[in-house]
Write a protein that binds this ligand. Structure first.
Ligand code: SF4
Length: 332
């Protein structure tokens, strides 16, 4: 069985529901309980949350063949398979890629995703390979991109919230990005307890290494270990979004300024330069792999929007600048 996000199932015509923003990527999830125990995740070993949840999105299950048939020839721009850490995760990924490729499949061509006649969108596999050879195996199956979630900005938070070795995952991401340039992504969750300075530091390292960053706002889910942990403030989230965007444009992180608690107080840019860089609002749209918009992963319809799943209106972009909390949007 394959789980399909409610918004994706709606677009693919598998299950109609009320959808406030349409996904541009098809979000899928493998089935089964995870062996790992991340404190924020409904799929984790000790979570008592509904198994059809990831973040705050519901994921109804469908037969693999049904989902793959719907994915071939549809208008989605990307497919993202979120792989739960079950003992058989590699078999599940292999089986999915084989069924998706169907008659297009050329098992001897590791660049399957580039075939001009391909009838399905490029695939991103978000999983937890243990080493480079498992990374290569995923690409050999025909994936275009690979996501390895680091989630926590620091080694201390990683061991606290996820258990395990931050440095090992960080190093694997860097090695993978060097071998597969432009094809590696990670996720970082804002609000697990890091300072803004710590988040800027890790983002800068990833950007320099060519690892694409998908930013998430921590979202408490009932039944998980962190169900009582607060969401990040909108000001913090906007400053981290702006920092990621500016670093990508070549800003010098050495010029960023912070207060005594590690809160961003400026980006080292003249006010008009800062406004010019952020005016269009693109910094505040969902970040990550190309065409990944994750509607309402972190927000309730009608509530605070952390990641805009579409271009911002002029009014929204102006408000996001104010939400930065840098003296009315200026950087003095
Ligand atoms: S950034 Fe989007 S497409 Fe890429 S791994 Fe994350 S959720 Fe999937």
């Amino acid at each position: 069985m394959l789980r399909v996000s409610a918004g994706t199932a709606h677009v693919l015509g598998l299950k109609k529901s009320r959808v406030d923003a349409l996904p541009t990527t098809a979000y899928l999830m493998t089935d089964g309980k995870c062996l790992r125990d991340c404190g924020f995740c409904p799929q984790s070993r000790s979570s008592t949350a509904r198994v059809d949840l990831l973040s705050r999105v519901t994921w109804p299950g469908f037969a693999e063949e049904t989902a793959c048939a719907a994915l071939r020839g549809n208008a989605m721009k990307r497919i993202c398979l979120q792989v739960v850490g079950t003992p058989d995760w590699q078999e599940q990924v292999g089986s999915f890629m084989e069924k998706l490729q169907g008659p297009d499949r050329n098992p001897h061509d590791s660049n399957n995703y580039r075939e001009s006649g391909r009838r399905f969108p490029p695939v991103c596999i978000a999983c937890h390979p243990r080493n480079l050879s498992e990374v290569r195996e995923i690409f050999d199956l025909g994936a275009e991109r690979l996501g390895i979630a680091l989630d926590a900005a620091t080694p201390r938070l990683y061991s606290l919230v996820k258990g395990g070795n931050w440095q090992r995952i960080y190093s694997l991401l860097v090695e993978a990005a060097r071998e597969f340039p432009g094809r590696i992504s990670t996720h970082l969750i804002v609000g697990l307890g890091e300072t803004e300075a710590e988040m800027v530091e890790v983002m800068n390292r990833f950007i320099r290494e060519g690892v694409t960053i998908g930013l998430f706002a921590f979202t408490p889910v009932k039944g998980t270990a962190l169900e009582g942990h607060p969401r990040p403030s909108l000001g913090t989230y906007r400053r981290i979004q702006a920092a990621r965007w500016l670093l990508l444009q070549g800003a010098d992180p050495g010029k960023f300024t912070f207060d005594g608690r590690g809160r961003l107080t400026g980006f080292g840019l003249a006010p008009e330069e800062l406004r010019g860089n952020l005016a269009g609002g693109a910094a505040f749209q969902t970040s990550g792999c190309p065409d990944c918009n994750r509607p309402f992963y972190n927000e309730s319809p009608g509530g605070v929007i952390y990641n805009y799943p579409r271009p911002l209106t002029d009014a929204e972009a102006a408000r996001a600048l104010e939400e930065l909390g840098l003296d009315g949007g200026s950087d003095e």
